[in-house]
Structures are given as C-alpha cells and as structure tokens.
Design a binder for this molecule. Structure first.
Ligand SMILES: C[S@@+](CC[C@H](N)C(=O)[O-])C[C@H]1O[C@@H](n2cnc3c(N)ncnc32)[C@H](O)[C@@H]1O
Length: 218
C-alpha cells in the first residue's frame, strides 16, 4: 500500500503515538497484504479475532474490498479507537468492531483471521479457539493465522524479549501465555480436513513469526 494511503488511515486515529504505530504497521508489516492475497477472489465476510484497533478492516477497505468485516477484541480501549477510526473513514456499514472475548464468537461464516493473537491465550484455550474458528469457516472460507511459533532459535528468544516489553508497556495486558509449535496448529486443522500451508512471515522484524493459511480441499 502506498505511503499516502497509509498516512490517510493513520490520520483516522487519535494521538501521535497511535498514528505512528499505525503508520509503522501498515508500511512494514506484510501480514495485511498476505491476508488480502489469501482471500482473493472471494466475497465472504471476514471475522477478525483479536482485531486490536481494526487495522485489517481499514486495509481491506483501502484495497477495495467491500466484504463485511467483523472484528472483536477484549481490550475495550482498542475497540473504541478502532470504532472511531471506522466512523471517521465512513466505514461503519462495512466494519463492525465489538468488545468481546474470543470465546464469544458471533454467528457468522466466512473467513477467519487470527493475527498475532493466539499466544495471548493459555495453552488449554488454544485448541478450543482453533475448533471454534474452523466452525466459523464458510465452505470457501479460509483461516489465516499469523503467530510466533515455539522453536529453538534466536528469533524465538528475540520475540520473548519484545513480548516482555509489550506487556510492561500496558499495550497487551496479561501478555503472552503460550507459544504454539507448528504441529499444535497444523494437526487439528489437517484433522478437520483442511489443507494447511505454513511459511515464515516476519517482514523486517527479527521475530519468529509464521503465516498459516488453512482452507478446505479443492
Ligand atoms: C498484537 S495484537 C494484534 C492486533 C491485530 N490482530 C493486528 O494484527 O493488527 C493482539 C490482540 O489480541 C487481543 N486479544 C488477546 N487475547 C484476546 C482474547 N482472549 N479475546 C479477544 N482479544 C484478545 C489483544 O487485546 C490485542 O489487541
């Protein structure tokens, strides 16, 4: 996405810090473009679990998508910031942002995104959320997960240090609970009959982030 569009989206948010964060995410993080690529050619609604301030919805709209976008997050401050931005952009009809825990999913079937959020759930809750996400997929829908994976490498340790500061700054209250392995994600999805592709997706960061796209067999 070009810098002018990124700056326009950033200007929808309050305060210099938040605008700087939005600008940095939209210009440097490849996860939003990867999500657009994964859902290309479909017009299904998208359920974004742990949506933060709704950047994926803003990105989709800027790329010309008009699919209904429903984001939910248990951090009310982020939801309020995202709602304000959606209103300022005139996107209230397309974007719905709800203050809710990921355990309370709306009755919607389409694509499901879990971008950088799964590791904030304890190990015991992750399989249940994966199963719930699978149940919310439409027949042509895909599940898009970006997450740090537990691996014995320096990138994984760099991620843990970053997460320490994210928690200490108050940006993510509670902080990381459990980093899944690739198998912990792949196995339940393949057992549910989905084709799973996993590849590194870390942009310019040193973090151990991967993109997982799961979709029904063709
Ligand atoms: C690192 S942010 C990612 C935000 C967004 N997905 C993005 O990539 O732009 C992780 C988000 O997950 C949310 N989150 C963590 N646990 C959650 C839960 N149990 N239910 C809902 N949201 C949750 C946090 O509040 C935070 O906004």
């Amino acid at each position: 996405m070009d810098r002018t569009t990124c700056a326009r989206i950033a200007s929808l948010y309050d305060g210099r810090l938040q605008r700087g964060y939005v600008m940095g995410k939209l210009t440097n993080d490849p996860v939003y473009a990867a999500t657009v690529a994964a859902i290309a050619g479909t017009q299904l609604p998208l359920l974004d679990l742990g949506c933060g301030i709704g950047l994926l919805g803003q990105y989709l709209s800027a790329q010309g998508h008009r699919l209904p976008y429903v984001g939910l997050d248990h951090d009310e401050r982020k939801i309020v910031a995202g709602q304000r931005a959606a209103q300022r952009a005139g996107l209230d009809a397309m974007m719905t942002l709800r203050h809710a825990d990921a355990a309370e999913l709306p009755a919607l079937h389409g694509h499901v995104a879990l971008l950088d959020m799964l590791h904030y759930l304890p190990a015991k809750r992750q399989p249940a959320l994966l199963q719930a996400a699978i149940r919310h997929l439409a027949p042509q829908g895909c599940l898009i997960i970006r997450n740090v994976l537990r691996e014995p490498n320096w990138r994984f340790h760099a991620t843990r240090i970053e997460e320490f500061f994210l928690r200490a700054s108050g940006w993510i209250p509670g902080g990381a609970q459990h980093y899944p392995t690739a198998d912990e994600l792949r196995d339940p999805l393949e057992n549910a009959g989905l084709d799973v592709r996993i590849e590194p997706l870390r942009g310019r960061t040193p973090f151990n982030s991967y993109l997982l796209v799961a979709r029904p067999h063709c």
